[in-house]
Design a protein around this ligand. Structure first.
Ligand SMILES: *[C@@H]1O[C@H](CO)[C@@H](O)[C@H](O)[C@H]1NC(C)=O
Ligand SMILES: *[C@@H]1O[C@H](CO)[C@@H](O)[C@H](O)[C@H]1NC(C)=O
Ligand SMILES: *[C@@H]1O[C@H](CO)[C@@H](O)[C@H](O)[C@H]1NC(C)=O
Ligand SMILES: *[C@@H]1O[C@H](CO)[C@@H](O)[C@H](O)[C@H]1NC(C)=O
Ligand SMILES: [Zn+2]
Length: 556
């Protein structure tokens, strides 16, 4: 449990000189890797917007009184049609500007992206004002009523311009702290400037030095979470205010809305209870292996696992400790990377292969626009944000992937995963704009993951000619499944804790004086992990995870 002791006093200096763009580790289901263009739930904060660069834009293209100024008894259908058309155009403009920025990072494109985002927020604000005036008495049927309700949810864009600016500023300031944080190497006070990507991620993944891991774990949190806590608390207030303007009681209520379940928290608890027996076995096995590795004086047979030795800064995936915990050491491991290299694969070959996969399921090939617009290889002449992502340009035609593809098995699977998002986009493209999104926030990733899992099987890789003879040996299978579990099963309680914690904060059950304690209480309860060193409320460990300062929902 957490002790509220003031056991440290460090002066911290954070240089906010340069805005460094978010670099989420790839190939994690929880990173937002498609662009949900239904603006309702898209906080669109996975890009760093430096609000100080905001230029006042006053050509608010949306003039609610033009065209359908017919008052409460006006034709709701005509209104919806007009909103659909204009909403699509505004969306296309905004997405195009974000695309130009992410595939060509420079000051000019950043400014364009910021402006476009602001114009889009203004448009949404106009829609929100308008729909608050529409009478819902003459709505012809439930589908139309649903469209109106969804259209009227615009998230933070419902805030007044001043409040919205403050909200964006708070998030930008938190992300600036997060993205610019760096630490010095253990016992080398002059080797500094180590950043999350790639330095700290690599230390957490590959170091087996207990002290170095503990030091890195603690320093990262001292340089991020601690400095983020006050800003976070202020942001919560504004985020809840935005939710209320959208007719929700608080942000937790707002975020759970698209799941359309009145029993969401019970559903989640039930789902977790189903997985828990498997997780407990995995946890016990890993604890035993780590005890063998680090020694019984460091790992208690019964205690929760120390969070810093699991191969990941947040212990959200343990696949990096596969090498020291695998059930059958020394067996061949399923990795088709060497074969891909030997066969001379190119990034384009990988995407053609992904296309073939979907065609073999009787789904369509990728349209010409996709091949012309996508960026599947890191260009040499400009800076690109390499986080793989799939894009819907809201015009029923233009769909693209951005990915700096490397020739390896991980990227082979990621390419299929991203293309699954594109197929989903294409399959719902004829829905009204407001319905063009996953059936609920979990669906997009679920489909991408399902495709990714079936591509990565030995059987399929054999059919691609990437795996030679049949791998009949069950030890190879077990190793493979164990690795999958270290990634996919372990992630479940982590993701659950992140949003369970946040829901408790949003709805006021947990106040600032309990932020960190509650975080560790949940982490111990669901993940069975504990911090390696004593924590206090001076620390703010949730803030050391990107999605907390970015205020991006995790449950998906
Ligand atoms: C990148 O952006 C700059 C500045 O807007 C522009 O001049 C250049 O043509 C862009 N490059 C590409 C490849 O789009
Ligand atoms: C509801 O109304 C819309 C617009 O008039 C129409 O296209 C749709 O078919 C109707 N749906 C139902 C279930 O009646
Ligand atoms: C606002 O929420 C209340 C209670 O959930 C609901 O009855 C009402 O219809 C909502 N208003 C709008 C405009 O959706
Ligand atoms: C393949 O898709 C087409 C329509 O896209 C459909 O008519 C056909 O029945 C499908 N074939 C199979 C085997 O599902
Ligand atoms: Zn995805």
């Amino acid at each position: 449990m957490c002790d509220i002791s003031n056991n440290r006093k460090f002066a911290t200096f954070v240089l906010l000189t340069r805005l460094v763009l978010a670099q989420n580790p790839n190939f994690q289901p929880q990173t937002i890797d498609y662009n949900p263009q239904n603006p309702n739930y898209n906080q669109n904060q996975n890009v760093d917007y430096n609000s100080q660069n905001f230029e006042p834009v006053d050509d608010n293209r949306f003039r609610p009184n033009e065209g359908f100024d017919r008052g409460p008894s006006g034709d709701v259908r005509a209104l919806l049609q007009a909103l659909d058309l204009q909403g699509s155009q505004e969306c296309t403009r905004n997405v195009a500007a974000q695309w130009d920025f992410e595939t060509n990072v420079n000051q000019a494109t950043q400014l364009e992206a910021l402006n476009a985002q602001q114009v889009y927020s203004q448009f949404q604000h106009g829609v929100w004002e308008l729909l608050n005036k529409v009478s819902l008495r003459n709505v012809p049927n439930s589908s139309v009523a649903r469209q109106i309700r969804y259209l009227s949810i615009v998230g933070p864009a419902a805030l007044s311009p001043d409040q919205l600016d403050r909200y964006n500023r708070l998030i930008n300031d938190m992300l600036a702290i997060y993205n610019s944080a760096s630490i010095c190497a253990l016992k080398e006070p002059f080797r500094c400037g180590l950043r999350l990507q790639p330095d700290l991620t690599n230390i957490m993944a590959f170091s087996r030095n207990w002290d170095e891991l503990q030091y890195t774990w603690t320093e990262w949190r001292r340089n991020t979470g601690q400095n983020i806590k006050d800003l976070f608390e202020q942001m919560i207030g504004l985020s809840n205010e935005a939710a209320r303007l959208n007719n929700f009681t608080d942000t937790a209520d707002y975020w759970s809305f698209p799941f359309e379940s009145s029993t969401l928290s019970l559903d989640l608890e039930d789902a977790w209870e189903d997985v828990k027996p498997l997780y407990e076995l995995l946890h016990a096995y890993v604890r035993r292996k780590l005890r063998d590795y680090y020694g019984p004086e460091r790992l208690n047979r019964q205690a929760p696992l120390p969070a810093h030795i699991l191969g990941n800064m947040w212990a959200q995936s343990w696949s990096n400790i596969f090498d020291i915990s695998q059930p059958y050491p020394g067996q061949n491991f399923l990795d088709v990377t060497p074969e891909m290299l030997k066969q001379g694969y190119t990034p384009l070959d990988i995407f053609r292969l992904a296309e073939d996969f979907f065609v073999s399921l009787n789904m369509s090939a990728m349209p010409l626009d996709f091949w012309q617009g996508s960026v599947v290889e890191e260009p040499l002449d400009r800076v690109v944000l390499c986080q793989p992502s799939a894009w819907d340009f809201c015009n029923r035609r233009d769909f693209r992937i951005k990915m700096c593809t490397n020739i390896n098995m991980k990227d082979l699977i990621t390419a299929h995963h991203e293309m699954a998002h594109i197929h989903y986009f294409m399959l719902y493209k004829n829905q009204p704009k407001v319905f063009r999104d996953g059936a609920n926030p979990a669906f997009h990733e679920a489909i991408g993951e399902a495709v990714g899992l079936s591509v990565g099987t030995p059987k399929h890789l054999q059919s691609l000619g990437l795996l030679q003879n049949s791998v009949a040996d069950s030890s190879v299978d077990i190793n493979f499944l164990y690795l999958m579990a270290l990634d996919k099963v372990v992630f479940l309680p982590f993701a659950y804790v992140v949003d369970k914690w946040r829901y408790d904060v949003f709805n006021g059950n947990v106040g600032k004086e309990q932020y960190n304690c509650h975080w560790w209480r949940l982490s111990e309860q669901y993940m069975g992990i504990k911090p390696p060193v004593l924590r206090s409320e001076k620390d703010f460990d949730p803030g050391a995870k990107y999605h907390i300062p970015a205020n991006i929902p995790y449950l998906r």
